[in-house]
Design a protein around this ligand. Structure first.
Ligand SMILES: [Zn+2]
Length: 510
C-alpha cells in the first residue's frame, strides 16, 4: 500500500458510525469520501511533497479503500491548474489537463489562473478535460455559463444525490486575462440561485467548489444555508472548519497536502418525515511520506524531458555584451536588467516597469554573438516570478525608486531596473533623499498622477523594502500573472535578438 492511512482511520470510523445508531434508518447509509486538491500547477514533488504522482497515489488508495467497503470517492479540484508553470508557458496548460484526466478528477472549479491565456485557450482546454468543470457564477458574452463548463452537477451516490456548484473569485479580471467577454457574478448571489435549483432537483447534499479567499467562503456559507460543504482554494491555506452544520476544507497548494473528508450519509426518520444526516471525519495528509504512483510518475518524467527539449530551444542572438554578475545587477543600470524591464513593460502595455536586480541570478557574462536559449533566461530568472501591473501614484513610484537605491552601497538586491522610467540619484546622500530628475517616458514624474506600473509579484508584495508598491491598485484586464521569464523569451523572439544597451535610464550623480 503506497499510502499509509489505515492506522488513523479505524478510530475515526467508529466515532462517525456511533452517531447513527440511535435513530431508525430509512435508507442504506453511504460512505462518501471526498479527496480534495487545489492550486496545483506543479508537475513533480518539491522538498519531497506534492506533485501529480503523489496526488494520484492518494486518490487510488482512497478509491480502493472506500469502494471495497461499498462507498464512493469524489476527487475534487479547487481551481488554478493550467498556469503558471514553465511547461505551461509552452503548451498553455495542456499537460495539466492530461494529467488531471489520468488522475481521474470527478469535478473541478475554474480558478483565476485558468484564464491566464485568455478565454479562447481555456475553451480548448475544457474540450480536453474528461471531467466536469464548474463555473456557476461566470457568464460569457452576456449569457450565463462558460463554453465547456457546467453551471451545476447532480451526482448519484448510492441512494443519495449530491449537488455540486463552482464559484470563481470575482477579482479574476484583475488577476488574469479573462478579458471583456467574461463576467463574474457575486459569489453568494450565484450560489443561492444554483443551490435552490439543485435542491429542487432532489440534491440531498450540496457541495460548493470555490476558488476564493476563505473570508468569501464564510460569507457564502452564512448567506446560503443550503450549502453543506465548501471545498476551496485560491489562498493556499490548509484549512478545516466545521460548525456542526456546514464545513469548509482547503488543501494548501500543489498537492503538498491532500484533504480528505470522509462522510457517512444517512436518511433517518425525523419529526417531519425522512431527514438527511451526515457526519464528517477530516484528514489532512502531508504527502512527504506518500509514495508516488508509478504510472503517473512516468508521465511526469516524460513531460520533464519534453520541458528540457523546449528549454534547449534557441531564442535569439545577443548583439551586445550582457553581464549578469551579482555586483553588476545590484549596483547600476544594466543591459540585461533593461531587457527584462522592457519585456515586462511591452508584454503588459504598462506606462513603466520596474524589477529588482536581486531577481536576476545567472551571475555570468554573455559575449556579443552568443545565441541565447530559453534555458539561459530561466537560469537568469529562476524564481518563477510573475509580472503584475498596478495603478500607482507618482509619489509612491518615487518612493519605490528611493527604496531601490537606498542600499546601493551594500549591493542589495533591491536595485531597480526600469523601463519607461529614467532618473538620477546621489549615492552619497542619505537613503530616502537620493533620487532626482525622474521622468516617465519623456515627461517629468507628476507626484499626484496615477501611472500603470508593471513589476514582479515579489516586490509588488512589498518585498526588498518596496513598501510603497503595496499602495498600488491591480489593473483590470492586464496580463497580470504571467511568468516574467516567458515574457522575456517572447520579447527576445519578437525583437529578433537582444539589442538592449545601457542608455542612462539610471544615472549616478556622485
Ligand atoms: Zn487563485
Amino acid at each position: 500500500m503506497p499510502f499509509p492511512l489505515r492506522r488513523v482511520f479505524p478510530f475515526l470510523l467508529v466515532v462517525a458510525i456511533a452517531a447513527f445508531v440511535e435513530v431508525p434508518a430509512v435508507a442504506e447509509p453511504l460512505r462518501l469520501s471526498i479527496v480534495h486538491v487545489n492550486d496545483w500547477d506543479r508537475l513533480d514533488a518539491k522538498d519531497r511533497a506534492g506533485g501529480a504522482a503523489k496526488i494520484a497515489s492518494i486518490a487510488r488508495y482512497e478509491r480502493d479503500r472506500v469502494e471495497a467497503e461499498g462507498g464512493q470517492v469524489l476527487l475534487t479540484f479547487g481551481g488554478d491548474m493550467i498556469s503558471p508553470s514553465l511547461l505551461s508557458g509552452f503548451d498553455k496548460g495542456a499537460h495539466m489537463i492530461a494529467l488531471a484526466n489520468v488522475i481521474g478528477f470527478n469535478a473541478a472549479v475554474l480558478g483565476n489562473h485558468e484564464f491566464d491565456f485568455g478565454p479562447e485557450v481555456l475553451i480548448e482546454r475544457l474540450k480536453e478535460a474528461k471531467y466536469p468543470v464548474l463555473g456557476s457564477n461566470i457568464s460569457y458574452k452576456g449569457e450565463p455559463g462558460f463554453p465547456g463548463a457546467e453551471r451545476s452537477l447532480l451526482v448519484e451516490a448510492g441512494e443519495y444525490k449530491v449537488g455540486l456548484l463552482g464559484l470563481t473569485t470575482t477579482d479574476t479580471p484583475s488577476l488574469s486575462s479573462s478579458g471583456p467577454d467574461v463576467a463574474f457574478a457575486p459569489l453568494a448571489e450565484a450560489a443561492a440561485e444554483i443551490t435552490e435549483a439543485l435542491r429542487a432537483q432532489g440534491a440531498d447534499l450540496v457541495i460548493a467548489l470555490t476558488h476564493a479567499v476563505y473570508q468569501n467562503d464564510l460569507e457564502t456559507l452564512r448567506q446560503v444555508a443550503g450549502i453543506d460543504i465548501v471545498l476551496g482554494g485560491h489562498d493556499h491555506l490548509v484549512l478545516v472548519l466545521y460548525d456542526g452544520k456546514q464545513a469548509i476544507l482547503k488543501s494548501g497548494s500543489q498537492g503538498n497536502f491532500v484533504g480528505i473528508m470522509d462522510i457517512l450519509i444517512d436518511r433517518v426518520e425525523g419529526r417531519s418525515g425522512p431527514q438527511l444526516v451526515w457526519q464528517p471525519s477530516f484528514s489532512m495528509v502531508n504527502t512527504i511520506d506518500v509514495e508516488e504512483d508509478p504510472e503517473v510518475a512516468q508521465r511526469v518524467a516524460g513531460y520533464k524531458s519534453e520541458l528540457d527539449k523546449e528549454l534547449a530551444v534557441d531564442i535569439g542572438l545577443t548583439e551586445v555584451a550582457l553581464d549578469t554578475r551579482r555586483a553588476s545587477v545590484r549596483t547600476g543600470e544594466n543591459a540585461f536588467g533593461n531587457l527584462v524591464a522592457d519585456a515586462m513593460r511591452v508584454a503588459t502595455g504598462a506606462d513603466a516597469a520596474l524589477t529588482n536586480g536581486g531577481g536576476i541570478r545567472g551571475d555570468t557574462t554573455y559575449i556579443p554573438g552568443r545565441v541565447l536559449t530559453r534555458k539561459d533566461i530561466l537560469t537568469e530568472l529562476p524564481f518563477g516570478n510573475r509580472t503584475v501591473t498596478m495603478r500607482l501614484k507618482g509619489s509612491d513610484l518615487k518612493a519605490a525608486l528611493e527604496n531601490g537605491v537606498s542600499k546601493v552601497e551594500e549591493g542589495a538586491g533591491r536595485f531597480p531596473h526600469v523601463s519607461g522610467i529614467s532618473f538620477a540619484y546621489a549615492g552619497g546622500k542619505p537613503a530616502g533623499a537620493r533620487v532626482t530628475d525622474v521622468k516617465i517616458g519623456d515627461l517629468p514624474l507628476d507626484l499626484g498622477k496615477v501611472y500603470v506600473l508593471a513589476t514582479n509579484d515579489f516586490v509588488a508584495r512589498g518585498g526588498d523594502g518596496y513598501a510603497s508598491l503595496k499602495n498600488g491598485k491591480p489593473v483590470v484586464d492586464a496580463s497580470s500573472a504571467r511568468l516574467m521569464a516567458s515574457q522575456v523569451i517572447e520579447f527576445i523572439q519578437s525583437e529578433g535578438g537582444v539589442k538592449t544597451v545601457v542608455e542612462g535610464r539610471v544615472r549616478r550623480l556622485d
